[in-house]
Design a protein around this ligand. Structure first.
Ligand code: FES
Ligand code: FES
Length: 178
């Protein structure tokens, strides 16, 4: 019995064809087979957010996703956030400016999660705490930002810088989803 299949993916704007074991997680495909090691394996059980990537613009935990589910879908990892000229995404620049990281282990997941959050706001996904939908152009409170980023943990305690970076980027309207 073979679990090997040939599959086509669309990752960071490039078509990728690869033979995978059907049981391979999206995270293991990215890291082990495609050498995209930005997304990290922290808990490998959906608790820390270090593995967060974007699938068709939605933030997902790649450790919980089977790669085969994402055939033909558009995957973006932290390696794909910079523009075609290599300029950092505004959120990346803001993380640098606000010391939004220390060891950097959680940072790729934080960045992808924040980009995904921007897409959720654009779609009108309400807060899970207040039930409110953020009106377009209204600055989110720090508490709301923290709640919406609560799936991404930082063991270094850089949360204040992370929230400051995201708040500034959103306030300046540079949070457009990819
Ligand atoms: Fe996926 Fe922790 S490694 S959530
Ligand atoms: Fe070290 Fe967040 S910067 S875990």
């Amino acid at each position: 019995l073979s679990y090997e299949v040939s599959m086509d993916f669309w990752i960071n704007g490039r078509a990728v064809s690869v033979d995978i074991d059907l049981r391979t997680s999206l995270l293991d495909l990215l890291r082990d087979q495609l050498s995209l090691i930005g997304a990290k394996k922290g808990c490998n059980q959906g608790a820390c957010g270090a593995c967060t990537v974007l699938a068709d613009g939605e933030r997902i935990n790649a450790c919980l996703a089977l790669a085969v589910q994402y055939q033909g879908r558009e995957i973006v990892t932290v390696e794909g956030l910079a523009d075609s000229h290599g300029r950092m995404h505004p959120l990346q620049a803001a993380f640098v400016e606000h010391d939004g990281f220390q060891c950097g282990y959680c940072t790729p997941g934080q960045l992808c999660s924040a980009v995904g959050m921007a897409a959720e706001l654009a779609r009108g996904v309400p807060s899970q705490v207040t039930g409110d939908v953020a009106a377009e152009g209204i600055a989110l409170s720090r508490d709301e930002l923290r709640e919406r980023m609560s799936g991404n943990l930082c063991r270094c305690g850089a949360h204040n810088g992370i929230v400051a970076a995201i708040a500034e980027t959103f306030a300046e309207g540079k949070n457009a989803p990819l």
